[in-house]
Design a protein around this ligand. Sequence first.
Ligand SMILES: NC(=O)c1ccc[n+]([C@@H]2O[C@H](COP(=O)([O-])OP(=O)(O)OC[C@H]3O[C@@H](n4cnc5c(N)ncnc54)[C@H](OP(=O)(O)O)[C@@H]3O)[C@@H](O)[C@H]2O)c1
Length: 330
Amino acid sequence: MKAAFIAHTGAPGVIVHGDLPDPVPGPRQVLVRVRAAAINPIDTYVRAGAVAMPLQFPFVVGCDLAGEVVAVGAEVEGMRAGMRVWGSNQGLLGRQGTCAELAAVDDCWLYPTPDGVSDRDAAAAALVAITAHLGLVDNAALAAGETIFVNGGSGGVGTAVVQIARALGGRVLASAGTPHKREAVCRLGAEAAFDYRRPDLVAAVQQSAPNGVHVYWETQREPAFDQAVAMLADGGRIVVMAGRDARPAFPVGPFYVKGCRLCGFAMFKADSRRQAAAAVDINRWLSRGQLRVPIDRVLPLSATAEAHAMQEANTIARSGALSGKIIIEP
Ligand SMILES: NC(=O)c1ccc[n+]([C@@H]2O[C@H](COP(=O)([O-])OP(=O)(O)OC[C@H]3O[C@@H](n4cnc5c(N)ncnc54)[C@H](OP(=O)(O)O)[C@@H]3O)[C@@H](O)[C@H]2O)c1
């Protein structure tokens, strides 16, 4: 099969587009013909060696996939050749990745793709929608009628958080970098979107939420805790999920006086049952058209290195170049 793989960690240029033997599914695995894979920031950290993961070389990059079942292992139940499936959490913790024509995936990480939902849309939603679900449901416990502010509502995670918060009955405020992106975030369900560069951002959000926001979701690798705590209502929750090396200042006084909580999590540590439960809701929202993660561009497998460079520039250098996910079509 053709695959995008690495023989050692390094810059995006270490990704080779070449031939590897077809994977052979184990007894509890499903062989998937990958029709779409999505790029996520963590793909680039793993490739770079910035996040230490057990890697078996040649290592195929990529977490997300959507496609169709080619064959199933002897112990797999409920899946058969021809079924359309999607999944995430591959290319992590010793598992091979998804940027390849074929992937052998443990059956516990695969979910049926609803009729009417394209492989591109299923792959684009995979990791970011599971992340949004874990953060909103388990961590922030967003209740219907509560207000959330999503700092970076235009990114991969942000666009999923905006839509899933709406699906849960929340009222959504967000930030984004350009007028075009702010309009797009509002089309996804945010009531208002603000320029994150505004010096009076806190005051602007307070005008829209005079009693404060119940949840502040930080997508940035350097969390803005002063801003977050200033925006929060009494009993508010901050969600952090990025910035391994960040050591920002923290406004302890106003935080505890307001009785707030700070939640942090990494989606890849959620077990397969928890992620499958998220997938049930995600499939319902995908089917109903309540969730559609924007796609910036679709690239061939041979352009995976280019896709990693673009993703890095967007997430780490904050280039603002992307307006949605990058999809790889093998
Ligand atoms: N813990 C977990 O489980 C988990 C899961 C998924 C992702 N993550 C992490 O979450 C982070 C975001 O991932 P992603 O896929 O959403 O990245 P992304 O698609 O690159 O999105 C980046 C976002 O940051 C915004 N942004 C840029 N500069 C900003 C600023 N100064 N203030 C506020 N927002 C700003 C961008 O807005 P514009 O485009 O409008 O400029 C965009 O919305 C990454 O660090 C990733 O590693 C963690």
